[in-house]
Design a binder for this molecule. Structure first.
Ligand SMILES: *Cc1c(COP(=O)(O)O)cnc(C)c1O
Length: 410
C-alpha cells in the first residue's frame, strides 16, 4: 500500500549513514578545528580527483562558489556576463555580486541548456567589437562582455565544445555552473574524450546544498579549476583576502567551508557514483514506463552527455492540472523553475520583456519534476507511472467528450 511519495526523500539516506555521520562530529569535537583544517583539505583533494581537476577550493555555498569563481577567473565590475534565463537565481546573483550585469541567451528546447547557436548570434548581431581590443561590447548595455556561465541544468552538461570555441574567438571567460552536476560527464567530439562537469571552464562552481546529488548536512560549496593562480585567488577570497593570518592582500569575504560539512561530504562522496548510477537506472525506468504518452515530453539525453539525473523533468501542457492530479494521490512534484530570470521582479531594471526568450518562457510553463532520489523504489515508480497514465487517459476522454459536445451543437 503506497501512502505518500515525496518529491525528494532526504531522511532515508541520512538514517542509513547515521552511525558514520556522527563519527565526523565526534572527531571534530576532539580537535575543535571547525573551520578549515585537514578535513577540508581532505575533501578538497577527493573532490578534485572526482572532477579530474588540479584544484578544488571548498567554500560555504554554491552561490559563493559562483561569485568567487567569477571574480577569481577575472570578471570585473562594470562588465556583462552571459548565462541562460532558466536557472536558479544564484547564477545571476553571483554575476551581480561580482559587479557585472547578467545578459541572457535562450536555450535549446530539448535539453533546456544554453543554445550555442543563439550565443553565436548574440555575439555576432547584438554586440560590436571594441574599437581597440576587438572584444564584444553589448549593444543593450554598452558594457564589455567578458564571460559566459553555462549551467549544467538538471545534472546534464551544456554542449561545451561550441561554447568553448566561441569563448576562444571572443575572449570570453567560461565559468561552469555545475551546482547540479556532480559527476556528470560530457563527451567532447572535438577531443574525442569524456570529460567531467567542472573540468571544462576556467573554473566551475558546485553546490552541496542538502538536496543536491552530493549534499552536506547544511550549507556548502566548492570551486574546481586547473589554474593555480585562480585557485590561489579563490583561497584569498573565501578567507578575508588573507595570505597569512591578519595580512590581507585584498578585501575578501567570509566564505569558508566548515570542517564538519567537509567531513560529511568526504564520507558521502564515497557513495556518489553509486547514487548517480541508481538515479540513472530510475531515469531509465521512468523512460520505459512513460514512453508513448501523447502530450508528455520526456527528458532528452544527447549521445555526448551522461547526466547525473539530479532532476527528472518532463513537460506537460496543463501543468497545474497534472500536478493537482498527482498531489491528490500523494505524489510530490516540483518546478525548476516557474519564472525565467529575465521576467523576475528582481530583474525588472534589466529591461527585458516577455517574448525575449521564447523557448525558455514556453518550457517554464510546461516543466514538472517527478520524484527523483536514489532510494526511490521500483514499486513506487510503477505507482507513479500508473497515475500519470491515468491522468492522460482521463484528459483524453475529457477532450473527446468536449469535442463530441461541440460537434453536436454545431
Ligand atoms: C543550488 C544551485 C545554486 C546555488 O547553490 P547554493 O549552495 O544553494 O548557494 C546555483 N546554481 C544552481 C543551478 C543551483 O541548482
Amino acid at each position: 500500500m503506497i501512502t505518500e511519495i515525496p518529491f525528494l526523500d532526504l531522511v532515508t539516506p541520512h538514517v542509513e549513514l547515521e552511525a558514520e555521520l556522527v563519527t565526523v562530529f565526534r572527531s571534530a569535537l576532539k580537535t575543535a578545528s571547525f573551520v578549515g583544517g585537514p578535513m577540508v583539505e581532505g575533501f578538497e583533494s577527493d573532490f578534485a580527483k572526482l572532477c579530474g581537476t588540479r584544484y578544488c577550493v571548498g567554500v560555504n555555498s554554491g552561490t559563493d562558489a559562483l561569485r568567487f569563481a567569477l571574480m577569481a577567473a577575472g570578471v570585473r565590475p562594470g562588465e556583462s556576463v552571459i548565462t541562460a534565463p532558466n536557472t536558479f537565481i544564484a547564477t545571476t546573483e553571483a554575476i551581480g555580486q561580482a559587479g557585472a550585469l547578467p545578459e541572457f541567451v535562450d536555450i535549446y528546447e530539448r535539453t533546456c541548456n544554453l543554445n550555442s547557436g543563439k550565443l553565436r548570434q548574440y555575439l555576432e548581431e547584438q554586440c560590436d567589437p571594441h574599437p581597440i581590443t576587438r572584444r564584444p561590447v553589448s549593444r543593450r548595455t554598452g558594457r564589455l562582455v567578458t564571460a559566459v556561465v553555462p549551467v549544467h541544468l538538471y545534472g546534464q552538461t551544456a554542449d561545451m565544445d561550441p561554447i568553448l570555441k566561441l569563448a576562444r574567438t571572443y575572449k570570453l571567460i567560461v565559468v561552469e555552473d555545475a551546482c547540479q552536476a556532480h559527476g556528470a560527464e560530457y563527451f567532447s567530439r572535438k577531443e574525442q574524450v569524456w570529460k567531467k562537469a567542472g573540468s571544462m571552464g576556467k573554473a566551475a562552481a558546485f553546490s552541496f546544498y542538502p538536496g543536491k546529488n552530493l549534499g552536506a548536512c547544511g550549507e556548502a560549496g566548492a570551486v574546481t579549476t586547473n589554474d593555480e593562480s585562480v585557485a590561489k585567488k579563490l583561497r584569498q577570497l573565501r578567507d578575508h583576502g588573507q595570505v597569512e593570518k591578519y595580512y590581507h592582500e585584498i578585501e575578501g569575504y567570509n566564505g569558508r567551508l566548515d570542517a564538519i560539512q567537509a567531513g560529511i561530504l568526504s564520507l558521502k562522496l564515497r557513495h556518489l557514483s553509486d547514487w548517480n548510477r541508481l538515479r540513472r537506472v530510475i531515469a531509465g525506468t521512468y523512460g520505459e514506463l512513460l514512453t508513448g504518452i501523447d502530450g508528455l515530453i520526456l527528458p532528452f539525453e544527447p549521445s555526448w552527455a551522461r547526466a547525473n539525473c539530479h532532476l527528472y523533468v518532463i513537460r506537460v501542457r496543463d501543468r497545474q492540472e497534472f500536478r493537482n492530479w498527482l498531489a491528490a494521490v500523494n505524489i510530490g512534484t516540483g518546478i525548476h523553475y516557474p519564472v525565467p530570470l529575465h521576467l523576475q521582479n528582481a530583474y525588472s531594471t534589466l529591461g527585458y520583456r516577455k517574448g525575449d526568450f521564447p523557448v525558455a518562457e514556453r518550457v517554464a510553463t510546461e516543466i514538472v519534476s517527478l520524484p527523483m532520489f536514489p532510494q526511490l523504489h521500483r514499486t513506487k515508480q510503477n505507482y507513479i507511472a500508473k497515475r500519470v497514465w491515468e491522468y492522460f487517459r482521463a484528459s483524453e476522454s475529457r477532450l473527446s467528450s468536449e469535442e463530441a459536445r461541440i460537434e453536436s451543437t454545431a
